[in-house]
Design a protein around this ligand. Structure first.
Ligand code: TYM
Length: 320
């Protein structure tokens, strides 16, 4: 089984990225051939600072390794190092109906947020289809927000297969129930573009500031607190043991505990959860040459996976 996923270097990885994609991806590296990449070509649709793009790409690689990605089992690479991806994206775009892309929520959301309507932003799902189809991927672990992009990928693959024969495998998304959108500090989906993120390896003082600023309602200390839609509970359930989580839920129900106390528990929970990985991160970050070596080895292996797929496609469509 071949497993593939990607993350954009538009910022540093946050809890939503970790629980929605990185953690399941790392667990899956035991189950098959895993390919995980840093989607720097996708990030070009929004990031205009070259140094930030390079820095974020490197930091994501370090975070992924610190969280348990094992380069002996999984390929970790930069999307831009795989030179056939833009070619494949172009070929796929020639069969992609405009209407399919016009229906994509993420494009409409980005325009609503005031982003410039570029061709790259519009065709973003086609580049994503290229990422997935290039490697004969079977399984794609992603957060819920990427579900529609996976459907577009399958539609494009079916179209090519109808036109040219059996070229592409149809990939399956893997979206775990518990990963359905991790809330941010304002209760909306945690997202770099909403400014409501908590990054995995924040220093103590900014972490505390973010957690203590989580939005809450004005329920008095002694009263029961609403469970539904609480960002404190929504995040805590991922970092706490099930008994600690149940205890917090119970305290929400019975009342008598203020939001400030719940936030302190959450802060401890986040710190404890990432403490062992933080130590590992320091070790990895102290050897940038090794990180580069892992990324170029990953790119080499990924290219070897993509080569037979591209040969098959080029031949079938008349380019060779
Ligand atoms: P990106 O960089 O926005 O996010 C990376 C992964 O994190 C998941 N995620 C979340 N999951 C749960 N709750 C949240 N609050 C949350 N926020 C983010 C995302 O669903 C994603 O799985 N287009 C992709 C990158 C990409 C890609 C691909 C992914 C490019 N090509 C091919 C898979 C396959 C993106 O923008 O992810």
């Amino acid at each position: 089984m071949r497993i593939l996923s990607g993350i954009q270097p538009t910022g540093l990885p946050h809890l939503g990225n970790y629980f929605g994609m990185m953690k399941p991806a790392i667990e899956l590296q035991q189950k098959g051939e895993a390919l995980y990449f840093i989607a720097d070509l996708h990030a070009l649709t929004t990031v205009r600072d070259p140094e930030a793009l390079r820095r974020n790409s490197r930091e994501i690689a370090i975070d992924f390794l610190a969280c348990g990605l094992d380069p002996a089992r999984a390929c970790l690479f930069r999307q831009s190092d795989i030179t056939c991806i833009p070619e494949l994206s172009w070929i796929l775009s020639t069969v992609t109906p405009m209407g399919l892309l016009e229906r994509c929520h993420s494009y409409k959301d980005k325009l609503a947020k005031g982003l410039h309507a570029s061709l790259g932003l519009f065709s973003y799902p086609v580049l994503m289809a290229a990422d997935i189809l290039a490697y004969d991927s079977d399984l794609v672990p992603v957060g819920k927000d990427q579900k529609q992009h996976l459907e577009v990928t399958r539609d494009i693959a079916v179209k090519i297969n109808e036109l040219y024969g059996d070229i592409f495998k149809l990939p399956e998304p893997m979206i775990r129930d518990e990963s359905a959108a991790i809330p941010g500090t304002d209760g909306a989906k945690m997202s770099k573009s909403y400014g409501n993120t908590i990054e995995l390896f924040m220093e103590d003082s900014p972490l505390k500031k973010k957690v203590m600023a989580i939005q809450t309602d004005s329920t008095p200390v002694e009263s029961p607190k609403p469970l539904d839609g609480s960002p404190i509970l929504g995040i805590y359930r991922h970092v706490a043991s099930s008994s600690d989580y149940t205890a917090m839920e119970e305290a929400f129900r019975t009342g008598g505990t203020g939001y400030g106390d719940f936030k302190k528990r959450l802060l401890e929970g986040v710190r404890d959860y990432f403490a062992p990985m933080r130590a590992e991160r320091q070790r990895i970050a102290s050897d940038p040459g090794e990180v580069e070596r892992i990324l170029s080895n990953g790119a080499e292996k990924a290219t070897a996976f993509a080569t037979p797929v591209m040969d098959r496609l080029r031949k079938a469509i008349g380019l060779r």
